[in-house]
Design a protein around this ligand. Structure first.
Ligand code: CMP
Length: 137
Protein backbone atom coordinates (compact mmCIF):
# COMPACT_ATOMS: atom_id res chain seq x y z
CA UNK A 1 0.00 0.00 0.00
CA UNK A 2 1.12 3.53 -0.78
CA UNK A 3 -0.23 6.89 0.38
CA UNK A 4 -0.68 10.08 -1.55
CA UNK A 5 -1.95 13.56 -0.83
CA UNK A 6 -4.85 15.09 -2.75
CA UNK A 7 -6.76 18.36 -2.77
CA UNK A 8 -10.24 19.08 -4.07
CA UNK A 9 -9.45 22.67 -5.01
CA UNK A 10 -11.59 25.76 -4.27
CA UNK A 11 -13.09 25.82 -7.78
CA UNK A 12 -14.44 22.27 -7.46
CA UNK A 13 -15.69 22.79 -3.90
CA UNK A 14 -17.44 26.04 -4.88
CA UNK A 15 -19.05 24.33 -7.88
CA UNK A 16 -20.47 21.59 -5.64
CA UNK A 17 -18.32 18.78 -7.07
CA UNK A 18 -16.77 17.54 -3.80
CA UNK A 19 -19.28 14.70 -3.41
CA UNK A 20 -18.90 13.48 -6.99
CA UNK A 21 -15.11 13.59 -6.73
CA UNK A 22 -15.13 11.69 -3.41
CA UNK A 23 -17.42 9.08 -4.91
CA UNK A 24 -15.00 8.58 -7.81
CA UNK A 25 -12.10 8.32 -5.35
CA UNK A 26 -13.83 5.53 -3.42
CA UNK A 27 -15.13 3.77 -6.54
CA UNK A 28 -11.57 3.72 -7.90
CA UNK A 29 -10.50 1.74 -4.84
CA UNK A 30 -8.75 4.34 -2.70
CA UNK A 31 -9.17 4.25 1.06
CA UNK A 32 -9.64 7.72 2.56
CA UNK A 33 -7.11 7.77 5.43
CA UNK A 34 -7.75 11.38 6.47
CA UNK A 35 -9.89 14.23 5.15
CA UNK A 36 -10.59 17.84 6.13
CA UNK A 37 -12.41 20.84 4.72
CA UNK A 38 -10.09 23.79 5.21
CA UNK A 39 -9.30 27.22 3.89
CA UNK A 40 -5.63 27.89 3.17
CA UNK A 41 -4.21 31.28 3.99
CA UNK A 42 -2.09 32.91 1.30
CA UNK A 43 1.04 31.97 3.24
CA UNK A 44 -0.20 28.37 3.71
CA UNK A 45 -0.55 28.14 -0.08
CA UNK A 46 2.88 29.75 -0.64
CA UNK A 47 4.51 27.21 1.67
CA UNK A 48 2.69 24.31 0.08
CA UNK A 49 3.64 25.34 -3.47
CA UNK A 50 7.13 26.64 -2.54
CA UNK A 51 8.65 24.47 -5.28
CA UNK A 52 6.86 26.73 -7.82
CA UNK A 53 7.87 30.07 -6.23
CA UNK A 54 9.95 31.16 -9.24
CA UNK A 55 7.22 30.31 -11.76
CA UNK A 56 5.22 33.16 -13.34
CA UNK A 57 1.93 31.64 -12.17
CA UNK A 58 2.96 31.43 -8.47
CA UNK A 59 1.06 34.50 -7.27
CA UNK A 60 -2.12 33.64 -9.19
CA UNK A 61 -1.91 30.03 -8.01
CA UNK A 62 -1.51 30.86 -4.33
CA UNK A 63 -4.20 33.57 -4.50
CA UNK A 64 -6.61 31.09 -6.06
CA UNK A 65 -5.76 28.30 -3.62
CA UNK A 66 -6.50 30.64 -0.70
CA UNK A 67 -9.71 32.02 -2.26
CA UNK A 68 -12.15 29.59 -0.64
CA UNK A 69 -12.56 26.24 1.10
CA UNK A 70 -10.76 23.17 -0.21
CA UNK A 71 -10.84 19.50 0.80
CA UNK A 72 -7.47 17.98 1.74
CA UNK A 73 -7.13 14.19 1.66
CA UNK A 74 -4.73 11.41 2.50
CA UNK A 75 -5.45 8.49 0.16
CA UNK A 76 -4.21 4.93 0.30
CA UNK A 77 -4.06 2.30 -2.47
CA UNK A 78 -1.50 0.15 -4.25
CA UNK A 79 0.63 2.64 -6.24
CA UNK A 80 -1.59 5.45 -4.96
CA UNK A 81 0.60 8.27 -6.32
CA UNK A 82 0.48 7.25 -9.98
CA UNK A 83 -3.06 5.90 -9.67
CA UNK A 84 -4.37 9.25 -8.42
CA UNK A 85 -2.46 11.18 -11.07
CA UNK A 86 -3.98 8.98 -13.76
CA UNK A 87 -7.47 9.50 -12.33
CA UNK A 88 -6.90 13.29 -12.23
CA UNK A 89 -5.67 13.57 -15.81
CA UNK A 90 -3.31 16.14 -17.33
CA UNK A 91 -2.67 19.43 -15.49
CA UNK A 92 -4.47 21.37 -18.21
CA UNK A 93 -8.09 20.12 -18.46
CA UNK A 94 -7.95 20.81 -22.20
CA UNK A 95 -5.33 18.04 -22.51
CA UNK A 96 -6.88 15.64 -19.99
CA UNK A 97 -8.33 12.30 -21.10
CA UNK A 98 -12.07 11.76 -21.11
CA UNK A 99 -13.40 10.53 -17.81
CA UNK A 100 -10.65 12.13 -15.73
CA UNK A 101 -11.32 14.52 -12.86
CA UNK A 102 -9.72 17.50 -14.52
CA UNK A 103 -11.48 16.92 -17.82
CA UNK A 104 -14.86 16.59 -16.12
CA UNK A 105 -14.54 19.15 -13.33
CA UNK A 106 -11.67 21.51 -14.27
CA UNK A 107 -12.19 24.63 -16.38
CA UNK A 108 -8.62 25.84 -17.05
CA UNK A 109 -5.01 25.08 -16.11
CA UNK A 110 -5.41 27.50 -13.19
CA UNK A 111 -8.74 26.06 -12.09
CA UNK A 112 -8.14 22.37 -12.58
CA UNK A 113 -10.29 20.97 -9.75
CA UNK A 114 -7.76 18.67 -8.08
CA UNK A 115 -4.15 18.35 -6.97
CA UNK A 116 -2.06 15.25 -6.33
CA UNK A 117 1.48 14.55 -5.19
CA UNK A 118 3.88 13.72 -8.03
CA UNK A 119 6.44 11.54 -6.21
CA UNK A 120 6.99 9.71 -2.89
CA UNK A 121 9.10 12.57 -1.43
CA UNK A 122 6.46 15.13 -2.42
CA UNK A 123 3.70 12.96 -0.95
CA UNK A 124 5.58 12.72 2.37
CA UNK A 125 6.04 16.51 2.48
CA UNK A 126 2.48 17.30 1.43
CA UNK A 127 0.84 14.77 3.80
CA UNK A 128 2.82 16.14 6.74
CA UNK A 129 2.06 19.74 5.69
CA UNK A 130 -1.66 19.18 6.30
CA UNK A 131 -1.98 16.24 8.66
CA UNK A 132 -0.52 15.40 12.05
CA UNK A 133 1.03 11.97 12.46
CA UNK A 134 -1.85 10.85 14.68
CA UNK A 135 -4.32 11.57 11.86
CA UNK A 136 -2.44 9.26 9.50
CA UNK A 137 -2.31 6.03 11.53
P1 CMP B 1 -1.22 21.48 -9.36
O1 CMP B 1 -1.14 20.03 -9.70
O2 CMP B 1 -1.96 21.86 -8.14
O3 CMP B 1 0.28 22.05 -9.23
C1 CMP B 1 0.59 23.40 -9.50
C2 CMP B 1 -0.52 24.14 -10.16
O4 CMP B 1 -0.15 25.30 -10.83
C3 CMP B 1 -1.14 23.27 -11.22
O5 CMP B 1 -1.88 22.23 -10.60
C4 CMP B 1 -1.96 24.28 -12.03
O6 CMP B 1 -3.26 24.47 -11.51
C5 CMP B 1 -1.16 25.58 -11.82
N1 CMP B 1 -0.55 26.07 -13.05
C6 CMP B 1 -0.83 27.23 -13.65
N2 CMP B 1 -0.09 27.39 -14.76
C7 CMP B 1 0.69 26.30 -14.87
C8 CMP B 1 1.66 25.88 -15.81
N3 CMP B 1 1.99 26.62 -16.87
N4 CMP B 1 2.26 24.68 -15.61
C9 CMP B 1 1.95 23.93 -14.52
N5 CMP B 1 1.02 24.28 -13.60
C10 CMP B 1 0.39 25.45 -13.77
Amino acid sequence: MERTFAIIKPDAVAAGHSGAILQRIETAGFAVVAMRLTRLSKSDAEGFYAVHRERPFFDALTTFMSSGPAVVLALSAPEAISKWRTLMGATDPANADEGTMRRDFGTSIDRNATHGSDAPETAAFELSYFFRGLELV
